[in-house]
Write a protein that binds this ligand. Structure first.
Ligand SMILES: Cc1ncc(COP(=O)(O)O)c(C=O)c1O
Length: 383
């Protein structure tokens, strides 16, 4: 019996050979490893991974192989997903609000660091978590810097955070601060402003921070120039030195998007072009394209024919819909797509590893993604 090829050279090779009618998520473990190594070298503190961006086993294994050993988990289910693949992983439970049952499950999983943004949630932990556990007080600033505002749900204001930090030390727990500047944040200054605020909060509390977690929010490449992560890392270190002096806290970060986006490519098929105008895809906002209404359509979308030929027609703005019977299932704006595109072609979304499979639903019976491993996330290496 002939064995079916399990690892493909690139997405183009697979699409030509299989011509799948379901959406496909291509994973390139080598790209995930390379991205993680770049982050570890560039950041120069502890790099942890925010599992919510993509909790799949292959992703966790690839990041661990590159040296990531600590994982920010948002729920007991994510804890179990990490432990199933990496039993020795260090877990940071940085969802600041938890039920009593979730606290108990996290204690069973041996969580090492917790975040809180209120006295009521600190009260649920005090007396239950082992003495000396790290508690990171999550704070927020009025104007964050990301693609959308993360401060509407979590974070103590700068006025309330010092009392919370003092309450952490008073209970014999290790005080840390954490923030999230907002996802896909391209502005280095957003981190600097938060770090300056962290120093003010620690000063007002009279508490020496053990660690400062500068969150996720690091941008992925969505088109145009690749994001300048180096400038963000520099801004973080410079602001920490300025604000805290030579004896500043140890730095931690917990990126989701920036670690995994580039390692995966999504292929969605054109299921119909209605009377030559509106485009219907086999994936949409209830599937792996769920983020698009919030983030806009990224600039890195290529269209290829089933035989792999790139469509190079003039860019034509069109209405693009997902496959469900719901009118909301529409891509934002009128994405410009090649005029020579036809039914059966594939749209390839590069840099699609974050918040794609993780947030896809099975609404209307759609949303099932085929998973394929590739050596390269490049669209076609000519194989
Ligand atoms: C506490 C926390 N850390 C990290 C992240 C990861 O953010 P990003 O994917 O923007 O890096 C999130 C995202 O929701 C979060 O809530």
């Amino acid at each position: 019996m002939e064995l079916k090829q399990r690892i493909w050279a690139d997405p183009g090779q697979y699409l030509r050979a299989e011509q799948p009618d379901a959406p496909v998520l291509f994973c390139a473990p080598s790209v995930l490893r390379e991205t993680a190594r770049g982050f570890i070298d560039g950041f120069g503190g502890l790099v942890t991974y925010a599992v919510k961006a993509n909790p799949e086993a292959q992703v966790l294994e690839s990041l661990a192989a590159a040296g990531i050993g600590t994982f920010d988990v948002a729920s007991p289910s994510e804890m179990a997903q990490v432990r199933a693949v990496l039993p020795g992983a260090v877990l940071h439970y940085h969802n600041p609000v938890r039920s009593e049952a979730e606290v108990a499950a996290a204690l069973d999983h041996g969580v090492a660091s917790w975040s809180v943004d209120s006295l009521s949630e600190l009260g649920k932990l005090a007396g239950r978590v082992p003495r000396g556990s790290e508690i990171a007080v999550r704070f927020k600033l009025p104007a964050p810097g990301g693609a959308y505002d993360f401060g509407t749900k979590f974070g103590a204001g700068e006025d309330a955070a010092p009392a919370l930090l003092r309450a952490v030390t008073a209970r014999g727990l290790r005080p840390a601060l954490t923030f999230h500047p907002g996802t896909q944040c391209t502005e280095p200054r957003a981190w600097a402003r938060h770090i300056e605020a962290a120093a003010r909060i620690a000063g007002a509390a009279g508490v020496r921070l053990v660690r400062l977690n500068v969150g996720g929010g690091f941008p992925a490449h969505r088109g145009g120039a690749a994001p300048a992560l180096g400038a963000i890392f520099e801004a973080i270190h410079a602001a920490t030195r300025r604000a805290f002096g030579a004896r500043g806290p140890a730095l931690v970060c917990e990126p989701g998007r920036a670690l995994v986006a580039e390692g995966l490519v999504l292929a969605a098929r054109v299921k119909a072009i209605r009377d030559g105008a509106d485009v219907f895809l086999n994936d949409g906002i209830y599937g792996a394209l769920a983020e698009l209404p919030l983030m806009g359509v990224p600039g890195r979308v290529a269209v290829i024919a089933p035989d792999g030929t790139p469509r190079r027609g003039a860019a034509l703005p069109r209405a693009v819909f997902g496959p469900t019977c719901d009118s909301l299932d529409t891509l934002p704006g009128r994405p410009a797509l090649p005029a020579d595109m036809v039914e059966g072609d594939y749209l390839l979304f590069s840099g699609f590893g974050a918040y794609s499979a993780a947030t896809a639903t099975r609404f209307n019976g759609y949303g099932e993604l085929r998973r394929v491993t590739v050596l390269s996330a490049g669209l076609d290496s000519g194989n």
